[in-house]
Design a binder for this molecule. Structure first.
Ligand code: ARG
Ligand code: ZN
Length: 884
């Protein structure tokens, strides 16, 4: 059903919102204002009478005065767009309750009471997809961070832990499957064609981990026997017809359970683990206790419809949500400022898991690429915040690359400094010490400090200071001694003008130019504004390899000879450092080119150096193809822009494309040979065949850049011969950017072949919106009118508009139409789904770092959004910070 087309007033629960419109400047919530809850809720029983347009909820809370609270007699229960239809205390109806904004306040005389509240919600009208909502004919919930208060009144904060009993009754045909957290304890049928089920979760949990799912679902079932010999039933639930695409998710789940036992000593703690795939979902997935709810895109995968990258993403997200069972559920967060406690740690855990399942080197490079593409810009822009923020207006805006990915990097640094074994002692202590608690980031750091034997006093600054540290490097040589001088600067960020120096662990190696070897890697920790480190035994100046493995999330400023980078790109034994050398070579060249600093001669010399390193990568027999494919990728335009104080996106695009075309021509023979070799490798999921597919698609990109006709011919052949999505998508990706007749054939075939498969139709939208086709903006406007486009499905919205927002050719079009496109989208999407709308604001928020003509147009879009009379809290916060 198209939820957006319903008139807003068909939602019977909007009265409160209508009566009290959200204030223009939403209140600021501060970390330092934390107070323990006045009342606890040790137990809750929920009774649902399910319906797609009306679900009745009776909630029975056992409340008890918190001995550590302020002693208030008023019980505050949070609500959001719900009305109390009945309130009872200790079995008797009461009428002296009152509303404070959206919250329900009840006066209580004793220390313990039973409070019952009835509410009713309309899941079909819930287009925000927070709380209880309808998706594809089924009912499901999303409660993190503050969705539970959209279902029933409750102290909706993560430090109130309760034991949940859930009963639900629903029509047997509409809702044949009834799921909630924990174990199913009873079920039965009623005479009227409805049935019911009761679920009980023995593990106390905060409300954000509550989940309920009801609908027509089928499962892929398996079992796992834990390390202590307990048998666990596993189910991946999907809509009928999708079950053939669930095996990879199941394999990944079993691998995750085993890996967490072996690597972190963590065993699963219920007899049942359910995963449900939902097609309308704001985020990737949700770790509800025993009942993970997933975006379909992180569950469904088979070779015909999912790329190798999609397979990896399923494995990573299945792992991530499973690992939350300990880092998130058994130990949860005291308040939402501590979000990185569970998210940073769990991202690190999923990264280590994926590295162990595949190539550690390639996984590390991919993780750093994501950090640089998503987190570095955040850290240098108007929305910069520490991994443990100090304040927020809307918590949903803080599910960021900083909290997640930089959070993971910060914990990874502790692991690097302690070593994996000592680090494990720290995590063991953390799990031991805080099991069953709502903890803080400080609790985590203290446990690692005590368990791993580190002094993390100064290191805690990584939790409180925002901004990517810049480390300037110089290396001098005298006699037989090399001296490394390091200087750090942590840039000012909003609200944090002055910064203190932080401990920065850098893995370094010094290579002998003649032998191509080094005498062992060292870990240096720069914890002062500036410091020097000496290394003996070098007759000639060595070549420095620094921040190996990306041991610290910093940016390194080291002006060095292209020759040294070519050396490292060919010789470094640290795969990340090898990749980094290649990236730096290209970055140095393109940044100089964009700023107009290249003469014809220096341009030719720069290209020659890059061509030499690139040829070595294409032809080195010692490289595996997965790594080769990684090394072939040019730095993204966004990352290049980050290197400049004020960027000209048009010039960056032109220079980068010109280099790509030059490489395509210069290395044409090696590239076509590589493509031919890869085409001959038959499909399989093993590393060699995946590597072949990766270089196949990379080679195609360069061949097409150098010679559009040859590229189009090869791409169409690859498309027609494809027996898997990686090949098919790789071919369409190249064709979508070319102005050639083959383009239409491939796009039309792709669409009709996958008609009705939502996840693949998403690809069809994003391949076009992400293309460098000359008419890309006009094409996007047309696609927005396509019958398959809808504003109510976040995957579809992202497929079209997020692809456009991150496509520099579309977004930064000199006309400003790309900015208008995203501005219009935000204004139209905000009333439907504010959380997803707010995710588009940061792209416009980059205006201060863009050349003045474009910057003015970006700012104008933000102002147009800000002028809307009734913006959501989500968009309001992001827009006002971006303008401020
Ligand atoms: N805890 C989930 C995860 O990272 C994310 C849920 C965020 N949802 C939200 N509406 N903010 O696995
Ligand atoms: Zn998570």
């Amino acid at each position: 059903m198209d939820i957006a087309s319903r008139p807003a007033d068909s939602d019977e629960n909007t009265q409160i919102a209508d009566a009290a419109p959200p204030p223009q400047a939403p209140p600021v919530i501060r970390r330092e204002d934390y107070l323990p809850p006045a009342w606890l809720v040790p137990e809750i029983a929920l009774d649902f009478t399910l319906g797609l347009t009306a679900t009745r909820v009776v909630s029975k809370l056992h409340v008890a005065r918190n001995p550590d609270g302020n002693g208030a007699s008023t019980l505050r229960l949070n609500g959001d767009q719900i009305t109390p239809l009945a309130v009872r205390v200790d079995g008797a109806a009461v009428s002296d309750w009152r509303l404070d904004g959206a919250d329900l306040l009840i006066e209580l005389s004793g220390d313990a009471h039973i409070v019952e509240v009835e509410t009713q919600v309309n899941p079909a009208a819930n287009s925000q997809l927070m709380g209880l909502y309808a998706s594809n004919g089924m009912l499901c919930t999303q409660c993190e961070a503050e969705g539970f208060r959209r279902i029933t009144f409750f102290p909706d904060r993560p430090d109130v832990l309760s034991t949940y009993s859930v009963r639900m009754t629903g029509d047997k045909t509409t809702f044949p499957i009834l799921l909630a957290n924990g174990n199913c304890t009873a079920q039965g049928e009623n005479a009227d064609g409805s049935h019911w089920a009761e679920w009980h979760d023995p593990w106390p949990k905060p409300s954000y981990l509550f989940a309920l799912v009801a609908g027509e679902l089928v499962s892929n079932h398996s079992t796992f026997t834990t390390m202590s010999g307990r048998k666990v039933d596993l189910n991946i639930w999907v809509r009928p017809g999708d079950e053939d695409r669930t095996q990879h998710a199941m394999d990944s789940l079993i691998a995750s359970m085993k890996w967490d036992e072996e690597t972190f000593g963590r065993e699963y703690d219920l007899d049942l683990f359910n995963v449900v795939a939902v097609s309308d979902f704001n985020m990737g997935a949700m770790e509800n206790k025993g009942l993970n709810v997933f975006n379909t895109r992180y569950v469904l995968a088979d070779p015909e419809t999912a790329t190798d990258g999609d397979f990896d993403a399923v494995e990573g997200v299945i792992g991530h949500e499973y690992f939350h069972n300990w880092s998130g559920n058994r130990i949860t967060c005291r308040d939402w400022f501590q979000l990185s406690l569970k998210e940073g740690f769990t991202v690190l855990r999923d990264q280590l898991f994926s590295a162990d399942m595949g190539s550690e080197a390639v996984k590390r490079i991919e993780d750093v690429r994501i950090l640089r593409a998503a987190q570095f810009p955040e850290d240098s822009g108007p929305l910069a915040h520490p991994i443990r923020p100090d304040s927020y207006q809307e918590i949903n805006n803080f599910y960021t690359a900083t909290v997640y990915n930089k959070g993971a990097e910060v914990i990874r640094m502790m692991r690097t400094m302690a070593g994996p074994e000592q680090f494990r002692k720290g995590t063991d202590l953390y799990f031991d010490r805080h099991d069953g608690e709502a903890a803080t980031c400080e609790d985590f750091v203290k446990a690692i400090e005590d368990g791993a034997g580190l002094d993390l006093k100064q290191f805690r600054l990584w939790y409180s200071q925002a901004g990517t540290p810049q480390v300037s490097v110089s290396l001098s040589h005298e006699g037989s001694t090399a001296t490394l001088k390091l200087t750090q600067k942590v840039p000012a960020t909003p609200g944090q003008p002055d910064k203190q120096p932080m401990p920065i662990p850098l893995r370094v190696a010094l290579f002998d130019r003649d032998t191509g070897a080094h005498a062992g890697e060292k870990l240096v920790v720069l914890d002062k504004p500036s410091d020097t480190f000496t290394f003996d035994g070098f007759a000639k100046p060595p070549v420095l390899s620094i921040n190996r493995g990306f041991s610290a999330p910093v940016s390194i400023d080291f002006d060095r000879e292209a020759e040294d980078l070519v050396f490292l790109a060919a010789n470094d034994d640290d795969p990340f450092a090898r990749y980094e050398a290649m990236q730096n070579l290209v970055v140095q060249h393109l940044v100089t080119a964009v700023s107009g600093g290249l003469s014809d001669e220096t341009r030719a010399a720069g290209r020659a150096a890059i061509g030499k390193a690139f040829t070595a990568i294409l032809t080195d027999p010692a490289l595996d193809d997965l790594m080769r494919g990684e090394l072939m990728i040019l730095p993204a335009e966004g990352y290049l822009a980050e290197q400049m104080l004020i960027a000209d996106p048009g010039a960056i695009h032109t220079e980068r494309e010109a280099l790509k075309a030059w490489l395509g021509r210069e290395c044409a023979d090696d590239l076509t040979a590589l493509h031919d070799r890869a085409v001959a490798v038959p499909y399989s999921r093993d590393a060699a065949a995946r590597g072949a597919r990766k270089i196949k698609n990379q080679a195609l990109v360069y061949i097409a850049a150098g010679n559009a006709q040859e590229g189009a011919r090869r791409a169409l052949d690859q498309y027609r011969a494809a027996d898997n999505m990686t090949d098919r998508q790789g071919a369409v990706l190249v064709l979508a950017s070319l102005d050639v007749p083959e383009r239409e054939e491939a796009l039309a075939d792709f669409r009709s072949r996958y008609e009705g498969n939502a996840l693949v139709i998403d690809k069809w939208f994003s391949l076009q919106a992400g293309s460098f086709h000359p008419e890309v903006l006009a094409n996007i406007r047309k696609l927005a009118e396509h019958p398959d486009f809808t504003m109510t499905n976040p995957n579809r919205v992202r497929a079209l508009y997020m692809a456009a927002a991150v496509n520099p050719k579309a977004f930064h079009d000199a006309s400003g139409d790309g900015y208008r496109l995203i501005g219009d989208l935000i204004r139209r999407l905000d009333p439907i789904n504010p959380q997803t709308a707010a995710r588009f604001v940061p792209s416009l928020g980059r205006w201060r770092r863009i050349e003045p003509v474009r910057a003015a147009m970006m700012r104008e879009e933000l102002e147009r959004i800000a002028a809307e009379p009734s913006l959501s809290r989500d968009v309001r916060e992001q827009v006002s910070k971006s303008l401020g």
